[in-house]
Design a protein around this ligand. Sequence first.
Ligand SMILES: Nc1nc2c(c(=O)[nH]1)N[C@H]1C(S)=C(S)[C@@H](COP(=O)(O)OP(=O)(O)OC[C@H]3O[C@@H](n4cnc5c(=O)[nH]c(N)nc54)[C@H](O)[C@@H]3O)O[C@H]1N2
Ligand SMILES: Nc1nc2c(c(=O)[nH]1)N[C@H]1C(S)=C(S)[C@@H](COP(=O)(O)OP(=O)(O)OC[C@H]3O[C@@H](n4cnc5c(=O)[nH]c(N)nc54)[C@H](O)[C@@H]3O)O[C@H]1N2
Ligand code: SF4
Ligand SMILES: [Mo]
Length: 746
Amino acid sequence: MNEWKKTGCVLCAQNCGLEVQIENNTITKVRGDRDNPRSKGYVCRKGLNIAFHQHHDQRLQVPLKRKGNDFEEISWDQAANEIAEKLNAIVKQYGPRSLAYMGGGGQGCHFEAAFGLTLLRSLGSRYHYNAIAQELTGQFWAHGRATGKQYKFTIPDEEHADMLVGIGWNGMVSHQMPRAPLVLKEFSKNPDKLLVIIDPRKSETAQVADIHLAIRPGTDALLTRAMIAIVLREGWTDDEYLQQHVSGFNEIKNWFTDFDPEKAVALCGLEYETVREVCRQLRIRKACYHPDLGVYMNRHSTLTSYLEIILFTITGNFCVSGGNVIPGYLMPICGHSDERSEKTWRTVETDFPALCGLFPPNVLPEEILSMKDDRIRAVLCSQSNPLRSFADTTAYEEAFSRLDLLVVNELAMTETARLAHYVLPSRSGYESYDATFFGWTFPEVYFQFRHPVVEPEGQQLEISEIFTRIADKAGIIPDIPDSLFTAAKKDTLSFGMELMNFMKENPKTMPLVPFIIAQTLGKEFGSVNKAWLWGMLMTAPKEFRKNAERAGFTKGPLMGEEIFQAIINNPGGLWIGKMDPDDNFSALSTEDKKVNLYIPEMESWIQELDPETEQANLEEAAREYPFILSSGRHTPMVANTLMRNPDWNKGRRACTCIMNPGDAATHGFRDGQMVRVVTEAGSVEVELEVTGETREGYVMIPHGFGLDYNDSVYGVNANRLTKNTHRDRLAATPYHRYVPCRVEAL
Ligand SMILES: Nc1nc2c(c(=O)[nH]1)N[C@H]1C(S)=C(S)[C@@H](COP(=O)(O)OP(=O)(O)OC[C@H]3O[C@@H](n4cnc5c(=O)[nH]c(N)nc54)[C@H](O)[C@@H]3O)O[C@H]1N2
Ligand SMILES: Nc1nc2c(c(=O)[nH]1)N[C@H]1C(S)=C(S)[C@@H](COP(=O)(O)OP(=O)(O)OC[C@H]3O[C@@H](n4cnc5c(=O)[nH]c(N)nc54)[C@H](O)[C@@H]3O)O[C@H]1N2
Ligand code: SF4
Ligand SMILES: [Mo]
């Protein structure tokens, strides 16, 4: 009988545990892995179709170099040599600000990040662009002020909560927490638990909610300000908690007093009494919240994130079991960068700072098209398809075609790859050792290091290996003594000792340690990623080791080795730590170990937010464009741009523009007809689907379509309709859930 091999799904951040069967190097059967401690056997339709992601006609096999409008095959040596030479030349002539790295891993393959970043920094640049900076950076920034570090954001501790508030989140379809549909159904069915969903439409998740607040699109900031005002007015603050665990509350109190919550709630299209009742429940229950793209990709998004933190903190639900908690991890998903510091880099043309160490994809076209000398001229792009994924495809096309150097590390010949000077074939999540750093849990700390389950069929390499080769040719990697190679051949213990000695004698090479490990232990292991797992564990911070000790690993110098072996021996995932379940405050990085609520810069933004001003702003947009478009709807037939072969959706209506029956009747549209959707950025022609899944005035098109597969384009590209300059003032995240549009008959 064919054996089941353990792996994981790489199609969304959950990375559910999977078991697969392989025949002739092909994935033939898939099921959820019941032994996986985090996903416990759960799998969705996408995961079951993972073979469509792994095996398709557009997989890249060999390194390619642009030749006119086509590509020619070249050797890895030539590719690494030429790219290294060009990078050095560009940086020498125009300075380090001319180089950007757009990558770091999408959903399931994050091990390249250490190598891409080390290469970038060795060349002097800090311009790390990443998809996280088009959704999460505003939320992480607000958390950074509250918790002390931007990577110390919180997640809902839904397991111990009796109230879950979903804000702009359709977890029944998009997940975004382990086994989300099962968790949501449990909240829905259990009479002791309360599920509140704030969403303009009756989404799949709103349908199972106890309370659905069908908010007017784009007004979450106003609603949250009103909810804080209600809590203060009614005296529903948790005063003992505030005393003990919170700083800065007195400084912000009066931002909410001279404000009319009744009027605000009415403008949000909601009933005051229902909103008031939700506020009361927040005070008396163990309540947690899950915000998502409905607010991250919307008007006032960073402000909304800040207000949500205030609301859940003053009601005593922050950093406590059953509330929102700082999760544990082996490696945080991003860094911390204080935009108030002179040292933090800002973009040259648009003057946005790094948040969480990341720059927002929304500004990259302007940074490339800038007239300034130190504009961006070279981009290293990995595991990302900006020409379909990021706002304003037209701006991206223009910008990317102006680059002196575009290198794309890809599985497939994508829309972005087609514009590249070099396209480098990399191994997929099923051909390599790799992992996600998205696997947040509380209090247990989870990790899964997947093993390869199929062989690469061409010359594909791990991206970490590709970056190491480029760094080598660029002269970045220091001379490595024979003793290190010899020790690597022996065992990891000897190697560790030898590496420590080397670092002591050559402290300047410390930042290059990923490359040094890649060249030595990586060769021995036949995998740079596997060697880097070892490297990470050897340098894991004190906090991680404390958690590991709580989970039963032995304190002392051999702990890293012990965890390394445990991870390698459990390719299906395991618990590698446990946080203190009774004291999440100890995870705070603020000096006083209190949650800080005072962000002085936000005062004026909050004061702008009154019902009159909001009403005027909302009506202004409506004058020219009667509909609001959600450019991006996560349906079970979308997996970002990770499924290029449309056959996995055969027979389904995968890419339509949905419209409410009332609107269709008013405008004389019928289901199935073609319409033109027009925005400031452009227009697309798309099939109309008339359905009660959306509300009046709100139309939706999924993202992740408009992909070219075997010379046909499937569905429409939602990012022809989005303008990259419509963005959050602080984090520059896009307004994908609030795109004013017109719908015309064809
Ligand atoms: N099937 C599927 N699942 C996925 C993905 C996929 O491609 N396909 N991608 C994954 C990724 S990368 C991500 S980031 C997540 C995203 O996961 P979600 O954020 O849950 O996905 P969305 O479909 O954008 O759902 C957001 C909800 O916000 C609502 N909304 C729109 N406007 C507003 C508003 O003004 N206020 C409020 N409160 N709500 C509003 C929408 O109606 C929608 O129901 O999904 C992940 N899961
Ligand atoms: N208009 C609009 N646009 C959106 C959204 C929206 O709601 N509306 N949602 C956005 C969100 S939330 C996200 S997260 C982004 C994601 O956008 P992207 O960052 O572009 O990520 P993906 O679409 O997941 O994958 C991009 C590419 O990575 C490649 N890839 C996957 N795995 C590997 C690997 O192991 N190695 C290599 N070399 N390549 C690999 C795939 O082949 C694919 O071409 O898109 C977003 N774009
Ligand atoms: S929930 Fe996400 S990780 Fe799990 S099977 Fe579905 S797509 Fe894959
Ligand atoms: Mo995302």
